[in-house]
Design a protein around this ligand. Sequence first.
Ligand code: NDP
Length: 279
Amino acid sequence: MSRYALFGQSVAKSPSPQIHTAFARQTGIPMEYVGIDVAPEALDAALDAFVAGGGRGANVTVPHKEAAFARCAQLSERARLAGAVNTLRLDEGQWYGDNTDGAGLVRDLTGRHGLDLRGRRTLLLGAGGAARGVAPALLDAGVRELVIVNRSPERADALADALGQPGRAHTRYWEDLADIGDFELVINATSAGRHGSAPLSLPFALCSDMTAAVDLNYGDVAIPFLAWARTARLRTIVDGLGMLVEQAAESFERWHGVRPQTDAVYAELRKGAPEPVAA
Ligand code: NDP
């Protein structure tokens, strides 16, 4: 049986083992998938031990995505653009790295939620690993303008520079949020609210009747942003659960060459999490 794992910190409650185990059962591929908690300074040794024990591939989450990127001998184009890797595959003894977050988000929004992203003025809150993963995919999906706002402005500038489309993707300061107009798509790619930190406080001036609000977070961490969107009476409100399943399916395909069906797995996870979409 081939071995796969999720490397991160505090991954004990991650649904990823449940998702990949369901994909393996559905496709008849024998594999084991476990969560491995590891501190940043121990990641290299943990990956080596994993390979020595038969590990063939892995997902990588906070805070290891940039370190995993640095470990790779080969990278997909989208991982290179993101500067962050969430999927590792062992190819002839060396790590190949990919980033499936952006494809996962776009597939969830367009496929599952029926959103047409083309032409949308889009606000991306955050410039960490997740924001770096989804930004190129949003541009590829045809958003008209991508405004990146991050607590630390230099990280937003670095992301906009990496995207290399100054006419379409540019930055503003957090303090400007009340005066930058409204958006057809607002995406929360921050980890605000995690580990007891204060949730985001956002102005309603960002919203119009047409705004869709998307949080990459799910579960308790997503509650404040989804509540803000509900108070603004937005019709389309999406949390990160569907993206989680879709980015996992994309990783599974990188490892096994087979794309699993995601609807049943998503429905099972949704049973344990409140439906975020207010209609
Ligand atoms: P990182 O640690 O790489 O980045 C965190 C981001 O959040 C940074 O932009 C940081 O700003 C910002 N931030 C943190 N706290 C605050 C705050 N109090 N106010 C404003 N901004 C804040 O994390 P990731 O980018 O990898 O992940 C972000 C979130 O997305 C996580 O909660 C993660 O669980 C979720 N995620 C969900 C996925 C899914 O499949 N649904 C996939 C990937 C991520 P600064 O630069 O100033 O520190």
